[in-house]
Ligand binder design. Structure first.
Ligand SMILES: [Zn+2]
Length: 137
């Protein structure tokens, strides 16, 4: 069972280990990428990809991508102590109290007063649109 032990300690490190949040974010991405690749490889080995319709393959691929992206979005790491937080409603780290990123796909921190800048209708514009001539329709 050494593989299971290694996997368990790796997951423990991701959840609790002390490392920079950015490092662990990359580690999580690589882990999920490897898991997704393993799932696709197993599916291919069992003939799920070669013997089935294109629609089924696309659906399978979409499911894998959706789960992976959803997991990346929901899982945040504290920049200060590396604690994994999987509750998007928590604004600060439960271990050290530092502000957490807005979501798992960004390194930008959620700070008080930022909420008004980030509502679904009022997205921050890309910096390119700050040209004096303004957006050309
Ligand atoms: Zn922390």
């Amino acid at each position: 069972m050494p593989a299971a032990v290694a996997a368990a300690s790796w997951l423990w490190f991701l959840a609790r280990g002390r490392a920079r949040g950015s490092v662990k974010r990359i580690a999580l991405r690589l882990t999920l990428l490897a898991l997704a690749a393993a799932m696709v490889a197993v599916a291919a080995q069992r003939g799920l990809l070669s013997r089935t319709s294109v629609g089924f393959r696309v659906a399978l691929l979409l499911a894998v991508v959706t789960v992976t992206v959803g997991y990346l979005y929901l899982t945040r790491f504290c920049d200060a102590c590396g604690r994994m937080v999987r509750n998007l409603k928590v604004p600060t780290c439960p271990r050290c109290g530092a502000y957490l990123p807005r979501h798992g796909m960004t390194a930008r921190l959620r700070r008080p007063g930022d909420e008004r800048l980030w509502t679904p209708r009022d997205r921050p514009r890309p910096s390119r649109s700050r040209h004096p001539e303004g957006p050309s329709a």
